[in-house]
Design a protein. Sequence first.
Length: 172
Amino acid sequence: MTDSFVTSPDAVEETSDEASDRTQEPRLWRDDGWTARVIKNEDDEGWAVAMCKDGESEPALVGPWTMGRDKKNPKPLDAAAFGTLVKTASEVLRRHEQQLHAMLHKSIFVNTRTATLAVTLDIIPDEDDPYALLTAQDDDGAQLAQVRVRANFKLTRDTAQAWIDSDFRKPA
């Protein structure tokens, strides 16, 4: 029994579009949503590589790049190096996103006489009017209350307990 593989004209078109977005030159590689560019290192006489995610204006990663055999020009990019650079730059972005999430989202649990409540603070970093949302949820995840507070509101066990004790009135 033989399996046949049928592609639609659309699939072929997408593949050719993807291939046209791919660049594999000694100092410039583009593929899978990333661009690696070997650049002159302004800090010394060596070379650096900048990794940019498509659509981003700033590189996610800039690091030293190896000199070639002539000790004058950079070593050319290749598939293995590009793969490693994509993996490293993706990890840098993931860590940055985790750090940003940790800065903008805080949560604690408060025990009351009847339940354990989750109290969260989600900061909304609006340029003109930053604020935060203080939310309380019961054990089942049902929202009990939500109020808008200052972006610099400090969520602690004491401030959460005081908010719960005041029947969820907006903190001063």
